[in-house]
Every structure is written in structure tokens, then in C-alpha cells.
Design a protein around this ligand. Sequence first.
Ligand code: HEC
Length: 139
Amino acid sequence: MFAVRFFPLVLGLAACVPGQVPPGAHTGAQTGAQDFMTLCAPCHGTSGKGDGEMAPGLAHPPADLTRISARHGGVFPKAYVMSKIWGYEKGGAPGALMPKFAPLMEGPTVLVDTGDGIQTPTPLRLVEIATYVESIQGK
Ligand code: HEC
């Protein structure tokens, strides 16, 4: 005779969300700081204060990115910063000085609550560069 045994199968599904990476796990080749030095420092300067080497040639001075929180009542407006980098805020209209940064929009996404209580899938490199800009506030 043989016994048929049933083992209850408990699946741990909670940790398994496709296309998502845990916070802090960087899967891209570039960190936020590296992306900043490559993509933003030419205009905003390595310090973020707006003194990059391309700055003198621009019609409008690049913003001092170390004072964004100061200009927004002491609170870092992460969603605004990401939208600014993303470029949709100006929609690429004539006169927009900031280029769009397509490479930052590629690759894995993370869920971010940008202040409206809704977790929105957001490109990891965009989040990381905004986090870097947040880290230089008041510097
Ligand atoms: C070609 C030059 C140039 C590059 C490159 C550039 N910026 Fe800018 N940026 C500007 C200028 C000029 C302004 C101010 C005028 C405007 O808002 O368009 C600005 C404004 C901003 C603002 C708005 C600040 C505020 O308080 O309103 C943010 C945020 C910003 N840049 C972030 C970035 C980041 C992050 C990068 C790199 C991914 C970047 N910029 C690359 C020229 C540039």
C-alpha cells in the first residue's frame, strides 16, 4: 500500500512584484550622482549651483539646484523636480532650455508616491537623480 499525503503549499507572493526592484537596489550602470555629473553638471555645475561651463552661453541662467527646497518653503518638491527632468512640464515647447533625458526614462521602474498618495511606477534612474538633487539641498 502507499499513502497519499497532501502538503499544504504556502506561496510567498508578497515579495514578488514583476518589473519592480527594492528601494536602494541599483540595477542600472549609472548612479544618480554619476548621471548628474554627466547630464546636468554641464549647465548646473558639479556643485549644482548653476555654474556649469555651458551656463554662460545660455539665454537663461541654469537654476541653483541646491536651493530648490529653500524656494519651496523648505520642502523638497520631488514630483516637480522629476517632472522638470522628465521634460513634460514644458512639453518641449519652443524656448524650453532643459533638454529631455530619454536615457533616464529607460530601464527598471520603482513605485513612488509623489505626494498624491498613489504609488506610480517611475523610472529608477529618474528617481535616483531626483534623490541626488534632494541630497545636495542647502549644500
Ligand atoms: C542645457 C543646459 C541644462 C542641462 C543639461 C540641464 N539643465 Fe536643468 N535647467 C537649465 C536652465 C536654463 C534652467 C532654468 C530655466 C528653466 O527652468 O528652464 C533649469 C532648471 C532646472 C530645474 C528647475 C529648478 C527650479 O527650481 O525651478 C531643475 C529641477 C533642473 N533644471 C534639473 C536638472 C537636472 C536634474 C538635469 C540633469 C538631468 C538638468 N537640469 C540638466 C538648464 C539645463
